[in-house]
Design a protein around this ligand. Structure first.
Ligand code: HSE
Length: 440
């Protein structure tokens, strides 16, 4: 049978990986897919560079739309990124009857509802394994492997840049700004790292995961997003002393009141496997009622790891493109008429436990006042750590850090208690609040 023909829009690092892995493993991939898969057309503004990558194996064009217009192309791979042009091209490709594979989490987290509806109406597939956790097949695992389960929660390290920065901060005892500069110098962080360090990239990914896990529409605008820019080396050190590591987690949970959808720095018990995921690696935990807790680990970015996910989608589409649309795996795991309107909870309604660090005057009665306010709010304390004043470098012995771990409470209650504690004259700096998850 004639190989299926693929056009790659935006032949960069990932596109080159797709091209190279397809060439290198073509016999195995053909054996699995049932027919060959060939990249026959690629687009890139710098056509000379693209030509160097593909040689005479594929036609190179500067204009991505030329790929969509080519009637011989069966599947379009969108690797351009961003919201605007990528959205236009994906919708045009769907309208032209092409299947689409994309690594663009931002596009799908924000415009997924429109894109999936257009694809369903046209009877084509939009596949996006590469959009979440790079080479880890987490979409496949959730949508197919765990399909028997009522998923209860998912928590993942789904941004390699921030995990690299946090690992370096812990290993070297350095503050965020210093490590970020080093990460940029080494190429681990981008020149504009905003989406990574502010948690936006992780929020795009957990939004997609949440939709698949719970059968709700993609709703990036409902996600709570907090990055790692305010974390200090001191908090990482204190967390360690209490038996925890700090990770930027994407978390989504099913509760009786609705779905939690949030990204924030999180204390995780050091004994959990996920707490020991270091450097730029990714890991996702998923808990289902039947299977219990599962863990997926691997490279979340990079040329060939991401290509591995893109090609898995190309193989799926190759196997299924002649099948009746109703026999395909639904975009969001649930059939469109089974998508639910379960609400995504506001952060103030989320229930979790907390790490608090207060820089206080080292005077009699200060700790009693702070714990008294927590008691009045009905917030139960799990552990308290008070540093000796002389352990605080550069400070006079009149100040100390008090670290408090709490049991679970609703965030609104914690916000109110924090405001009261902050107003105490003996609390000398803004209180640090980091959420904690046991992931048991
Ligand atoms: N910038 C992302 C990360 C990779 O650092 O994990 C692509 O989503």
């Amino acid at each position: 049978m004639k190989p299926i023909q693929v056009g790659v829009m935006g032949l960069g690092t990932v596109g080159s990986g797709v091209f190279n892995v397809l060439q290198r493993n073509q016999q195995e991939i053909k054996g699995r897919a049932g027919r060959g898969i060939e990249v026959t057309m690629v687009s890139r503004r710098n056509t000379a560079l693209a030509q160097e990558i593909v040689g005479d194996h594929a036609q190179v064009v500067a204009e991505a739309r030329d790929i969509i217009r080519n009637p011989d192309i069966d599947i379009v791979v969108e690797l351009i990124g961003g919201y605007t042009l990528a959205k236009e091209l994906v919708l045009e490709a769907i309208a032209a009857g092409k299947h689409v594979v994309t690594a663009n989490k931002a596009l799908l987290a924000v415009h997924g509802t429109e894109i999936f509806a257009a694809a369903s109406a046209k009877g084509v597939m939009v596949a996006f394994e590469a959009a979440v956790a790079g080479g880890i097949p987490i979409i496949k695992a959730l949508r197919e492997g765990l399909t028997a389960n009522r998923i209860q929660w998912i928590a993942g390290i789904i941004n390699g840049t921030t995990n690299f920065i946090l690992s370096e901060m812990r290993d070297k005892g350095l503050d965020f700004d210093v490590v970020l500069k080093e990460a940029q110098r080494l190429g681990y962080a981008e020149a504009d790292p905003t989406f990574d360090i502010e948690g936006v990239d992780a929020a795009h990914k957990v939004t997609l995961v949440s939709a698949i896990a719970f059968g709700i529409p993609v709703q990036f605008d409902k996600a709570y997003v907090e990055g790692i820019t305010k974390l200090g080396a001191a908090d990482i050190k204190y967390a360690e002393q209490l038996g925890y590591r700090i990770k930027l987690l994407g978390i989504t949970k099913r509760t009786a009141a609705g779905i939690e959808l949030r990204v924030h720095p999180t204390l995780v018990p050091a004994k959990r496997l996920i707490a020991n995921v270091e450097g730029a690696m990714n890991a996702v935990m998923a808990h289902g009622d039947a299977v219990g807790t599962t863990l997926y680990y691997g490279k979340g970015a990079g040329s060939e790891p991401t290509a591995s996910a893109v090609i898995a989608d190309l193989v799926d589409i190759t196997r299924l493109h002649t099948a009746d649309a109703a026999q395909r795996v639904p975009h969001l795991a649930f059939q469109p008429d089974a998508i639910s309107n379960t609400p995504v909870l506001a952060m103030s309604d989320v229930v979790t436990s907390y790490y608090l660090r207060l820089r206080v005057a080292d005077e009699a009665g200060v700790l009693a006042k702070v714990t008294g306010l927590l008691a009045e709010a009905g917030i139960s304390i799990d552990a308290v750590l008070q540093r000796e004043a002389d352990e605080i470098s550069g400070e006079a012995a009149t100040q100390t850090d008090v670290i408090i771990l709490t049991h679970d409470c609703v965030e609104a209650k914690m916000n109110a208690a924090l405001a009261q504690m902050q107003a105490l004259p003996t609390v000398l700096q803004p209180i640090t609040r980091i959420r904690k998850e046991e992931l048991a």
